[in-house]
Design a protein around this ligand. Structure first.
Ligand code: 5AD
Ligand code: SF4
Length: 457
């Protein structure tokens, strides 16, 4: 029997890239590859890249530079660049770094096996937006066992064209996968041990996949259908746009017990003036009213957001508006970024905010968010929450899982990954909660409770 070839994939950026890397590893499995954890032993290295900010994109070139020695020592080593940098820069990547053999954009991953076969003999580049359904052609090899959580891409691309963002160019126009395909993939994941699925899309709540009845189904309808799958205990989705948060989805948050009380709903800025310039097509007040409606439906929902500071022409007053919006919303989680100029986007042409000013704003904003996150986390102490156990902790007998609100929770109990349990939260550390086992949740045979412990690492 021939030895399997070794594939090392390094993934940058968002959760969709994590999902895509899994699909690519599976596809290359058909070419005789198995995944390994280090580039040193690899026959092929694939970087799955992110183009969202300049730093992320530039990282790729320094990483590629590190593989020079490996390639000299092993000339047959194939080096590929996938993801959004591949899409945005195409053959420019090979011009800048000739050791790259293969460049593949996110819409062409199903062609990767063919490309791999040619790579090494010639340079292979594919950054097309082909007609065929790449997901169908990227079907998982059946029945490999999985951990308790998984991502599932249901929608890809974006038609919103925010003035700062490369996604509409790198991921292309907004496309939704048909309902039957999503359900089949979800059932397959559950059979392989998955208990929690996070539905992915750049604008996941704009989902409008064709249903079995021939009509377009909304994300809410898809979620209700997924909730019927026995053994699938938790559903999440990310990332949402405020304008696509319809009544049915808000209602699902109120009534669908498998839909977890966590919503990532980026606003980017709290200033109407900047939101307009960002081409966000929603205002500050409409966002705040939306949050209120969501909280009316599901009072304990944890709201998460994204913020950009230092967007071109942002004044101090605009920034204060953002800070006031954050104060009002009380985020349980947020990601904040200094504006990064992206070639080809409308905002790249505009007057830039001084770097030192943007740095200071980012620091101030992050300090506020950290306080809010901590307050939301601390408020969990004394409450009983559902926890899906994911892995062993660092201490003897300790297990780690995620709460319904996506907090990391540590507890010492005789449990295995995949157990869904009720935990009484007793401690709140900087990055995680600690608790004691109360009992099994929904049909899980859990064992006896033991002591509390918070991992503060
Ligand atoms: N500069 C800084 N942050 C950006 N984001 C998107 N484009 C840029 C950019 N040019 C942020 C947004 C988005 C998140 C994924 O990345 O906040 O929601
Ligand atoms: Fe980018 Fe805006 Fe589309 Fe989100 S909605 S992917 S920020 S263009």
């Amino acid at each position: 029997m021939t030895q399997p070839k070794k594939l090392f994939i390094k993934t940058y950026g968002c959760q969709m890239n994590v999902y895509d890397s899994e699909r690519m590893a599976e596809a290359l499995g058909g070419n005789g590859y198995e995944e390994v954890g280090s580039p040193d032993e690899a026959d092929m290295i694939l970087l799955n890249t992110c183009h969202i900010r300049e730093k992320a994109a530039e990282k790729i070139y320094s990483e590629l530079g590190r593989y020079k020695e490996l390639k000299t020592a092993k000339p047959d080593l194939k080096i590929g660049v996938a993801g959004c940098v591949a899409q945005a820069e195409g053959e420019e990547i090979i011009r800048r770094q000739p050791l790259v053999d293969l460049v593949v954009g996110p819409q062409s991953y199903h062609r990767l096996p063919e490309m791999e076969a040619k790579a090494g003999k010639e340079k292979v580049i594919d950054t097309d937006f082909p007609e065929e359904d790449k997901f169908e052609k990227l079907r998982a090899r059946p029945k490999a066992k999985r951990g308790p959580t998984a991502f599932l891409t249901v929608q890809e691309g974006c038609d919103k064209f925010c003035a700062f963002c490369v996604v509409p160019y790198t991921r292309g126009a907004e496309v939704s996968r048909p309902v039957s395909r999503v359900l089949a993939e979800a059932r397959d994941l559950v059979e392989r041990g998955v208990r929690e699925i996070t539905l992915l899309g750049q604008n996941v709540n704009a989902y409008h996949g064709e249903g079995p009845d021939g009509r377009d189904w909304s994300l809410a309808r898809l979620i209700w259908e997924l909730a019927e799958i026995d053994g699938l205990e938790r559903i999440r989705f990310t990332t949402s746009h405020p304008n696509d948060m319809d009544d049915d989805l808000i209602d699902a948050h109120g009534r669908c017990s498998k839909l977890m009380p966590y919503l990532h709903l980026p606003v980017q800025s709290g200033s109407d003036r900047i939101l307009k310039r960002m081409n966000r097509s929603h205002g500050r007040d409409s966002y705040l009213r939306l949050i209120e409606r969501i909280r009316n439906a599901r009072p304990d929902i944890l709201i998460s957001g994204d913020f950009i500071v230092g967007f071109p022409e942002e004044t101090d007053e605009d920034f204060r508006d953002t800070m006031r919006l954050i104060e009002e919303v009380r985020y349980g989680q947020a990601f904040s970024f200094k504006y990064s100029t992206r070639p080809g986007t409308p905002a790249a042409e505009r007057a830039q905010v001084e770097a030192a000013v943007a740095d200071a704003r980012l620091q101030e904003l992050q300090a506020l968010i950290t306080r809010q996150q901590r307050a939301v986390q601390d408020a969990m102490v004394g409450r009983e929450v559902g926890v899906l156990i994911e892995r062993k902790g660092r201490l003897e007998g300790q297990m780690v899982g995620k709460s319904d609100h996506l907090h990391a929770v540590h507890l010492t109990a005789d449990l295995t990954p995949g157990d869904l349990v009720r935990v009484k939260i007793t401690e709140s550390g900087p990055n995680s909660l600690g608790g004691t086992l109360v009992g099994a949740a929904a049909g899980v045979a859990a064992s006896t409770a033991a002591s509390t412990s918070v991992n503060t690492a």
